[in-house]
Ligand binder design. Sequence first.
Ligand code: BTN
Length: 317
Amino acid sequence: MRNKILAILKKEGEYVSGQTISEQLGISRAAVWKHIKKLRNDGYEIASVTNRGYRLINHDSVTPDAVSDGLKTEFIGKNIFYFDKTDSTNDRAKAEHDAPDGSLFIAETQNGGKGRRGRAWTSPRGEGIFMSLLLKPDIPPDEISQITLIAGLAVCRAVGNDAIIKWPNDVVINSKKICGILTELAAEDDMISYVVCGIGINVNTEKFDAELAERATSLLIETGKKHKRAEIVQSVLTEFEALYKEFLKNRLDNILPEYEKMCVTIGREVNVVYRNKSINGMAAGIASDGSLIVDTPEGRITVSSGEVSVRGMYGYI
Ligand code: BTN
């Protein structure tokens, strides 16, 4: 019934009286009101004005309805935990780690959003995508960084607009970051119990604080128009599932060529911290385990994690 009410509100785009809805659906006005209350609790912004009725204000939500409507994945994002507000979707996923493989945790805003290296991830309400996937792959813990790589590629494919990847998994448009990924894992006896892959995408942010503005951008800033977040979430889930299934079968074998093509780091001068030393070199490619191959004056090294600065990006010149 709530979906039918939603459909009426979406179709009209204007105020619809409780009477009209109750007549169209053959339910009482009190029942209409009860469903409207429930829709609001689920994150829909619905205005109500005496003598005019109800109007759906915010079409752009990432509610379970919005995300699952038309989603064709097999298991990624099929089970959804939605939060109007939460501390961090990664922490929610960890707290619910018995939930099914591929469960999606998604929030309109986070007040404890976490970035890599203990940084905070700013999560303004309704402007971005703040989501985490709970995954249960049967792989050893040292292969987990490869999942982060495919998440980056999935976002890159989903957002389009010339998005590229800064190794390992920042998604970048015009040299500025549009998405960050934080993967966390729990392991026992050298096998993964579960992985939480947290993805933050800047979608409809109009302006960043001066400090962030140098390094961050949003889809709105880059394209000049607002985007439906639920549609982007669906594309990310779809692309991620395809890549993840391929990864579980053949690891990165068939994925690396596309990743390398999309990876801005390769062929550029980079600075890496390697064995506690800061070294400059030329990024030459990605190894089969997903680590970065760097040619340095001291020879070829492979870097599997850590901070890599690319000359000309985020202020590293
Ligand atoms: C980075 O530092 O680049 C990683 C940022 C990851 C942010 C996302 S938003 C959804 C999920 N929940 C979190 O607390 N962090 C990740």
